[in-house]
Design a protein around this ligand. Structure first.
Ligand SMILES: [Zn+2]
Length: 154
């Protein structure tokens, strides 16, 4: 394993000390190994210092080690995962661009564009994203089918 950058400015890891779990305990940056089977080898996560009594964690960006959101327990992690899946379908389907999908997301979660990240959402807004993404995809598909019928019949 090779490391590209040295910790030049300080030895304090990003997020250390300032990131807290929703239970109030500080988060600790550690290997994600053993937390979840789906994580790639070498992945890092911010884990609640009370783990495993509190099983909340959030993945760290592989390059910057910045937390990908706020710490979440198993229920919220599942919800965020599902919200991501549903939301990604909006632009993966080609029905809208990634940019307009994110613009739409910022409206749905009532946050400025720069803060519209599913990793920061709580239960309520995750559910909103899941429901609204599904609805929007459905609408767009119906629209396209209608257009296809109109142009096909001419
Ligand atoms: Zn905790």
């Amino acid at each position: 394993m090779s490391k590209k950058s040295k910790h030049g400015r300080s030895s304090v890891l990003p997020g250390s000390g300032r990131l807290r779990c929703h239970c109030g305990s500080p988060a600790i940056l550690r290997s994600a190994e053993g937390l979840c089977r789906t994580h790639r080898p070498g992945a890092m996560a911010y884990v609640c210092s009370r783990y495993p009594a509190c099983d909340s964690f959030v993945m760290a960006h592989p390059d910057t080690l910045e937390p990908m959101g706020s710490l979440a327990g198993s229920k919220l992690r599942r919800l965020r995962y599902e919200a991501h899946q549903q939301f990604n379908r909006l632009y993966e389907s080609g029905l809208m661009s990634k940019k307009s999908a994110y613009l739409w997301l910022s409206v749905v979660v009532q946050a400025p564009m720069s803060h519209a990240h599913i990793g920061h959402l709580g239960d309520y807004y995750c559910q909103v994203v899941i429901d609204e993404s599904r609805k929007l995809l459905q609408e767009r598909m119906e629209q396209q089918n209608k257009l296809r019928k109109v142009s096909g019949g001419a």
